[in-house]
Design a protein around this ligand. Structure first.
Ligand SMILES: [Zn+2]
Length: 351
């Protein structure tokens, strides 16, 4: 079936996002798309994971309540959020009453406006107080910086085009340029939309036949991470506190992150949906991430104590950790150097 024109536009924008991120992170662009933007995976009666086909977006979770829908995560762009909304409408006619922003990062929040435009008076965007403050203080600035950086990214693609070595490379670059321009257009039209309902430690929806607990269990991937827990269904939604790839530490508090993972593990659950990667089961991944966090901090502290510069530590710790983790943590090689840099900053700050 051919995609609808509007969906096609959304797809194009998402491809652009993926390509751009690929360029920034030097990742291969994942652009194989057939049909919908998200694979919908049933988790329990009326609860679904929406797993994006493009890495630029994040996993969402759809929870159908008695009189509405709760969605965890708002995706990277309004067009991706609209695509998610279209897919939700195929599951239920109920309106989305709640959207949870698990933390400030743009791949989880930049689509917020699409929900408010679809249900202008009826949707609350929920986050921790800290995440709303982070979006105000850092999120808006990062969005502006990305807008400022994009023309340069596009110019770089255009200059690469002039020196393309093969027809295939040229075609890829032409497509990348078109898609980058498309994404840039959307980024400029984003109406940065902040959460409308905030909480400190927990916000519990008790109203209907399903109990939903939105929890802050401590600082972790950021200082404001919200987890969403469905006790009856034994489902835990962890945002980027725990997911299927490698932890990314840019805004993190790694020592406290370990404690927060411990706190999350004390909940009773079978199914875990993180912000990225596959749906998980049980607690094995919690143990792996804690091992990774302890290890990276110890190794970086040792490198620092030996007088290594940040660049030396990045190389030394990355090289030591690749054989231990690269097979167990997807995208390890992409993120490890930046993670060591963050670990180094923390060790340096403490000394
Ligand atoms: Zn994140």
């Amino acid at each position: 079936m051919m995609p609808q024109p509007c969906r096609l536009a959304a797809h194009n924008r998402m491809i652009a996002r993926a390509v751009l991120l690929s360029l920034v992170l030097l990742l291969p662009a994942s652009i194989a798309i057939a049909g919908e933007l998200f694979a919908i995976e049933p988790l329990a009666d009326g609860v679904y994971a929406a797993i994006p086909h493009l890495r630029a977006n994040c996993n969402a979770v759809i929870v159908i309540l008695d009189d509405g829908v709760l969605v965890v995560e708002a995706e990277a762009t309004p067009s991706a959020a609209r695509a998610l909304i279209d897919q939700i409408k195929k599951l239920t006619q109920k309106p989305v009453k709640y959207v949870v922003n698990t933390h400030l990062h743009s791949d989880h929040t930049q689509g917020n406006e699409a929900f408010l435009r679809t249900w202008p008076t009826g949707t609350e965007i929920i986050s921790t107080i800290a995440t709303r403050a982070n979006l105000e203080r850092q999120g808006i600035a990062r969005w502006h910086n990305e807008i400022l950086a994009m023309p340069q990214e596009i110019s770089k693609l255009k200059s690469d085009l002039k020196t393309a070595a093969s027809v295939e490379q040229r075609d890829t670059l032409l497509r990348d340029i078109m898609e980058a321009e498309d994404y840039f257009k959307e980024l400029k039209t984003v109406h940065f939309t902040l959460p409308t309902l905030t909480f400190d430690r927990s916000l519990i929806l008790n109203g209907g036949s399903r109990r939903v607990e939105i929890l802050w269990l401590g600082r972790a991937h950021t200082d404001g991470d919200a987890l969403v827990y469905l006790p009856a269904e034994k489902i835990l939604v962890t945002g980027d506190v725990l997911h299927g790839w490698t932890p990314t530490m840019r805004d993190s508090y790694p020592y406290e992150w370990i404690d927060t993972l411990d706190a999350a593990e004390r909940l009773e659950f079978d199914t875990v949906v993180g912000g990225h990667g596959d749906v998980m089961h049980g607690k094995a991944r919690f143990e792996l991430w804690k091992e990774f966090l302890r290890d990276i901090m110890q190794r970086t502290a040792a490198a620092y104590a030996d007088g290594d510069s940040m660049e030396d530590a990045k190389q030394r710790v990355s090289e030591a950790m690749i054989p231990l983790y690269a097979d167990r943590l997807p995208r390890f090689r992409k993120f490890i150097a930046e993670d060591v840099a963050k670990a180094y900053q923390i060790v340096n700050f403490r000394n």
